[in-house]
Design a protein around this ligand. Structure first.
Ligand code: FAD
Length: 413
């Protein structure tokens, strides 16, 4: 049995950044990170990989290179949590105990929930997804090789990470097909399980204008349940009419798979809420039942859009709350739900959505960010990646709050 003052489960955006902060505070040998993956990926780049703007190698770095040097990297999975005993069983058979635990496991992608999907990814070049490392490189060739017909973009019936990503790739593909001269023989559909195009009205209204302007078809309350590559058919459940399914022919389909919290977490029901996500206080990020457990990122039940930008803001909150708890004080971090989504609506156009728990805008720049702008495209493509690798993963970036206040003369909005 191994003991550490602080154990972090997951070395993704949240886990790596938090480990960096606390390795600095607590010193060598005090922080363990449990993370099975050999590579760390900056997933926001995958929309750019799928649209041919970046290559996949630019999105990943060896885990060893990004985890803090003085943490203990346990290269295995968390298999079972025993929170009442402060123990985690690891997949390699070890047991690890802790004084404090940070859960940062991200989301599990459940392609098995769509019948035929895993097979279709392997056998049909026109079935692609920016959501998996294994399939993201299929998207751009599929866009380039498309010769017209039905192009479908899906959004599943579960919470997902980056709720803008399923439609960003649609706008980029549409522009590509337009320039390639095949737009007039192409029918583009966004088949989403949601009841709206984008849940925050300020940005959703602007996106709806673009959908109309570019003659994209919006099929809401449609959830993909099966793919039949041999017949080029995608089967959707109509969520408005129970038991009713609809079959669409596809010549290209970009699938956003159903997602959930990872199984190792959902099976420990004392840690989760009824939806299977880690149950934390949405202001302090402290667990609702175990005061020595904290959560960050996609695996938690904080009711905001799951993004790296949200994780950045949560990093500062978690640093405050966890430091308080370690010092024996009441956690005092205050998360307002800040999240952001650079909604690419073309090869050089971006709406930079930034908002809080209530969907109120928290825009960094003193301009109307709901308008599509080239400058925001460069923020997404050229400015955010180096901030991620060089500042956030090193534990120095807590989101743009300070810049926002500066640019708004001390006010928050
Ligand atoms: P992750 O970064 O996913 O890390 C989770 C880590 O936990 C992984 O390393 C995993 O290996 C590990 N893990 C899982 N299970 C276990 C286990 N049992 N034991 C130990 N470790 C485990 N965000 C934005 O801000 N802007 C964007 O434009 C944007 N676009 C996106 C586009 C796409 C296509 C995708 C896929 C994501 C996008 N995101 C975007 C979302 C962003 O990538 C996530 O919200 C962010 O990575 C969440 O960080 P996290 O630390 O919670 O999870």
């Amino acid at each position: 049995k191994i003991h550490f003052p602080l154990v972090v489960i997951g070395g993704g955006s949240g886990g790596c950044s938090v480990a960096a902060k606390f390795c600095r505070r607590l010193g060598k040998g005090k922080v363990a990170v449990v993370e099975p993956a050999e590579y760390h990926y900056y997933q926001p780049l995958w929309t750019l990989v799928g649209s041919g703007l970046k290559n996949v190698d630019q999105s990943g770095r060896p885990m060893e290179a990004v985890l803090p040097k003085n943490c203990e990297w346990l290269k295995t999975r968390a298999a079972e949590f025993i929170p009442e005993k402060n123990i985690v069983h690891l997949q390699n058979g070890d047991q690890i105990s802790y004084d404090f635990l940070v859960v940062a496991m991200g989301l599990q992608l459940n392609s098995v929930q769509v019948k035929g999907l895993s097979e279709a990814f392997k056998t049909d070049p026109s079935v692609c997804s920016n959501y998996f490392r294994e399939t993201v490189e299929k998207t751009y060739p599929a866009i380039k090789n498309f010769k017209g017909g039905n192009a479908i973009f899906t959004f599943p019936n579960t919470p997902i990470k980056c709720s803008g990503a399923p439609q960003k790739i649609m706008y980029l593909a549409e522009e590509y097909w337009n320039k390639a001269g095949i737009r007039d023989k192409t029918n583009i559909m966004f088949n989403s399980a949601l009841g709206v195009l984008y849940p925050v009205k300020r940005y959703g209204d602007r996106l709806l204008e673009i959908v109309k302007e570019r003659h994209l078809t919006l099929n809401l309350k449609r959830s993909l349940i099966e793919i039949r590559p041999s017949k080029k058919e995608a089967i959707f459940q109509n969520l408005d009419e129970q038991g009713k399914t609809e079959t669409y022919k596809y010549d290209f389909i970009h699938v956003t798979p159903p997602m959930s919290a990872p199984d190792a977490l959902t099976k420990c029901t004392s840690l989760t809420d009824p939806t299977g996500f880690l149950s934390v206080n949405k202001t302090t990020l402290q667990h609702t039942k175990y005061p020595n457990i904290f959560g960050i990122g996609d695996c938690t039940n904080v009711p905001t859009s799951k993004t790296t930008s949200a994780v950045a803001a949560q990093c500062g909150v978690l640093e405050q709350s966890l430091s308080d708890a370690i010092a024996g004080k009441t956690p005092n971090g205050k998360y307002d739900g800040y999240t952001s989504c650079p909604l690419l609506v073309g090869y050089k156009q971006c709406i930079l959505a930034e908002f809080d728990y209530d969907g109120q805008s928290l825009e960094t720049f003193p301009i109307d960010q709901s308008k599509r702008r080239r400058s925001m495209y460069h923020v997404k493509k050229d400015i955010l990646p180096p901030i991620y690798w060089n500042v956030m993963l090193k534990g120095h970036w807590n989101g743009p709050q300070r810049f926002r206040r500066l640019m708004h003369f001390g006010k928050d909005r």
